[in-house]
Ligand binder design. Structure first.
Ligand SMILES: NC(=O)c1ccc[n+]([C@@H]2O[C@H](COP(=O)([O-])OP(=O)(O)OC[C@H]3O[C@@H](n4cnc5c(N)ncnc54)[C@H](O)[C@@H]3O)[C@@H](O)[C@H]2O)c1
Length: 365
């Protein structure tokens, strides 16, 4: 692209897992990228959550990235940023992402997750109403409703008893009358606001309801970042605590790169008020026990675990994202990074491996 024609993107949470991958992704494609991140992850999770290393990596590796150490809760600051740069694209990835923390700090959680999303939507409506607005929502908007599905217990994992759910949970799963945790409730507020700015105001908005999003640039902490934290625990000889469900709870994992290609697909062909589930699907699903076994094998080292009888409140027992709607609306998009590759990358943090397609070595269920 000619230099004068470069488009401008605004990425919030740009030092986090998804935001940082998005900065690199867009920078490599010639975009001017403005990132907003105040390193609040450190305040939330302590030193393991510190994202400074990731910001420094971005500043060294990108060409047209500008960092703004702003707080997304700063309404006037967000308005000014939009007014000044009039972004062609918004990836909103800043968040307080943990259930447990939300219970301890409900105001911070709501203000970061819900109120700040409204700040950004309103700034977009005033200064960039035609620019696709992509919000990273979560499967926790379904609360624990997915736990009402009948399950069968296999040797190392739970699975859906009803074959209709073979592909997982789709977007028709209800989002009310279910226990979300305070975190899930603040994300519901944001998810619905994002939809409303599409439906009511006609903005091109989307809520992507993420499964487990992962990758080597996660500042994994016990309270958030499942695979990344198991890998850290093995590497550093820490004890890993398994919370309930016999460790057979299932998550589907998607690499942050495949999240970026989904977000970009929406940019290229936006709709108003769209909602998609976005995870790794069945092929990239794994239980806690299976993940531990596979990472132990890759590290060649055992993990010390401690079993805690009580499951986390509102935790999903078996969650696999049904990707049918996304694949149908965006047929060129698909998951391209297998679970094996994700695990390999987590073991070799700092040296991302070449990408290969899902299929070879995908986990058996
Ligand atoms: N990682 C997952 O498994 C997962 C799953 C489902 C949904 N999501 C959602 O995807 C999005 C991105 O998640 P992630 O894993 O990259 O999270 P992350 O914690 O790695 O990144 C979020 C970033 O936002 C920043 N931030 C927090 N509060 C801020 C504030 N007030 N102002 C400015 N910056 C602030 C943090 O410092 C952090 O760098 C979030 O909305 C999250 O809820 C994540």
């Amino acid at each position: 692209m000619a230099a004068g024609m470069a488009r401008t993107a605004l990425v919030t949470g740009s030092s986090g897992l998804i935001g940082s991958e998005a900065v690199t992704f867009l920078d490599e494609r010639g975009w001017i990228v403005h990132g907003v991140d105040n390193n609040m992850r450190r305040e939330f999770f302590g030193e393991h959550g510190d994202t400074t290393w990731n910001l420094e990596r971005l500043l060294h590796s990108t060409r047209r990235f500008t960092h703004h150490g702003l707080d997304v809760r700063d309404r006037d600051g967000m308005m000014r940023l939009f007014q000044e740069h009039r972004p062609d694209l918004i990836f909103h990835c800043a968040a307080q992402p943990s259930h447990d923390l939300a219970a301890a700090r409900p105001f911070d959680d709501f203000e970061v997750n819900a109120l700040a999303t409204l700040n950004l939507l309103e700034a977009a409506r005033r200064h960039a109403p035609d620019s696709p607005f992509v919000f990273m929502s979560t499967n926790k908007v379904y609360g624990d409703a997915p736990n009402e599905l009948e399950l069968i217990e296999l040797a190392t994992r739970w699975d859906y008893a009803d074959p209709r759910y073979r592909n997982g949970i789709d977007e028709t799963m209800r989002i009310d009358a279910t226990m979300h945790s305070v975190f899930g409730a603040s994300k519901v507020a944001a998810d619905v606001l994002v939809q409303e700015y599409g439906r009511y105001f006609g903005l091109p908005t989307v809520s992507f309801r993420g499964g487990c999003l992962t990758g080597p640039h996660h500042s994994g902490a016990e309270l958030h970042g499942f695979l990344s934290y198991v890998a850290r625990a093995i590497r550093e000889g820490r004890t890993y605590r398994i919370f309930g469900y016999k460790g057979k709870q299932v998550r589907d994992n998607i690499h942050s790169y495949d999240v970026c290609t989904a977000m970009m697909s929406f940019y290229e062909s936006p709709r108003a008020g769209a909602v998609y589930n976005l995870g790794g699907g069945r092929e990239n699903s794994v239980s806690v026990l299976e993940a531990i076994a596979r990472l132990e094998e890759l590290f060649g080292r055992n993990l010390e675990t401690q079993y805690v009888e009580d499951a986390r409140r509102g935790d999903h027992i078996c969650y696999i994202s049904d990707l049918s709607r996304l694949r149908s609306d965006y047929p060129d998009w698909d998951v391209t990074i297998s679970l094996d590759e994700i695990l390999d990358q987590l073991v070799r943090v700092g040296a991302p491996a070449p990408r290969r397609r899902v299929g070879a070595g995908a986990p058996s269920d």
